[in-house]
Design a protein around this ligand. Structure first.
Ligand SMILES: Nc1ncnc2c1ncn2[C@@H]1O[C@H](COP(=O)(O)OP(=O)(O)OP(=O)(O)O)[C@@H](O)[C@H]1O
Length: 308
């Protein structure tokens, strides 16, 4: 087994006595795509800032590329690429110049930076926008430029905090495709997200975090197997009836979850459960059978949905 590139052990960060990150432990292997999945306020960004060696921990142990960030911050930061939650591109500069200036900041020689900037513009599908003003780019393009910029120093680990928040579906898919490519090239990715589809698509392994703690860990498929049934039937009986009917249906399937707007029934066969409900004389307004997802894992572990 190659040595992990990140090791966190009982990692904690408190703000005036409030534990934003509350004793979490995890390891990331080289080349792995590792995720922190959790709702807003779970402590994901706080964890990322500690891993990025820009925020100190309150207690616990942390090693990035074998180094303690408390002692080796600059050495660690020079080997990381960081994509923060909101783009912090230089609006005054044109697209290509954003990469050039950043590369120079890392101390790369001028000719090398120019070559690398052009490669990265190709990679980010922004070559034809090299001379555009950053302000004129769409949200998805800005994100891709931020990722390109984070790659200028050829980092050993790329940290991405909520990489597709605020983007439309098409822009998200373009961005995921770029991240897949990085994954295929062996870049270690560490990302936070509150989107279960993003975690399922991109992460080899992830931790589910809530209120500063790790609730579960595994590959998306293994987590779904462990914490959910194969299928979910989603039915809506109307907001006034969901709760009462949810209670009546409690014994049906493997498990029933009542949400304000719908009832979820977990089983190995959603269609069969739907037939049974109809036989019992309950006609839902809408019904949908789908495979279990990480959203269901989160609901099972916390009693809440990921995006509220
Ligand atoms: N500098 C700070 N001072 C006080 N409290 C903070 C500070 N930074 C974060 N917190 C609190 O710590 C908790 C975790 O915040 P964090 O930003 O890490 O969550 P998150 O999972 O990344 O969510 P989001 O996606 O909304 O950023 C929140 O309750 C937040 O209010």
């Amino acid at each position: 087994m190659p040595a992990p590139v990140i090791t966190a052990s009982a990692l904690t960060k408190t703000y005036k006595g409030f534990a934003a990150v509350d004793g979490i432990s995890f390891e990331v292997a080289p080349g792995e795509s590792f995720g922190l999945l959790g709702p807003n306020g779970a402590g994901k960004s706080t964890t990322m800032r500690m891993v990025g060696a820009v925020s100190t921990r309150t207690s616990g142990d942390l090693a990035i590329l074998g180094l303690d960030p408390d002692q080796y911050g600059p050495e660690i930061r020079s080997q990381l690429g960081v994509v923060p939650q909101s783009d912090n591109l230089d609006m005054e500069l044109r697209v290509r110049d954003n990469l050039i200036v950043y590369g120079r900041y890392f101390g790369l020689p001028r000719s090398q930076v120019a070559k690398r900037a052009d490669e990265l513009l190709e990679f980010a599908q922004l070559a034809d926008r090299a001379k555009s003003k950053v302000d004129d780019l769409s949200g998805g393009m800005k994100r891709r430029l931020t990722i390109a910029r984070a790659l200028i120093n050829d980092p050993r680990i790329l940290l991405l905090d909520e990489p597709t928040t605020g983007l439309d579906p098409q822009a998200r898919h373009i961005l995921w495709d770029r991240l897949f490519r990085l994954k295929e090239q062996g870049t270690t990715l560490v990302l936070t997200t509150h989107y279960m589809d993003e975690a399922e698509q991109l992460c080899d392994r992830l931790v589910v975090v809530d209120k500063g703690r790790i609730m579960a860990e595994g590959s998306p498929a293994a987590l779904i197997r462990e914490y959910s049934s194969r299928e979910v039937l989603e039915v809506r009986f109307g907001s006034a009836r969901n709760e009462a009917l949810g209670e009546q249906l409690a014994g049906i399937g493997d498990r029933v979850e009542v949400l304000p707007d719908r009832v979820l029934i977990y089983s190995s066969n959603g269609e069969a459960v739907l037939e049974r409900i109809t036989e019992l004389g309950h006609e839902p307004i809408t019904s949908l059978v789908r495979r279990s997802s990480l959203e269901d894992v989160f609901l099972r572990l916390t009693g809440r949905t990921l995006v509220e």
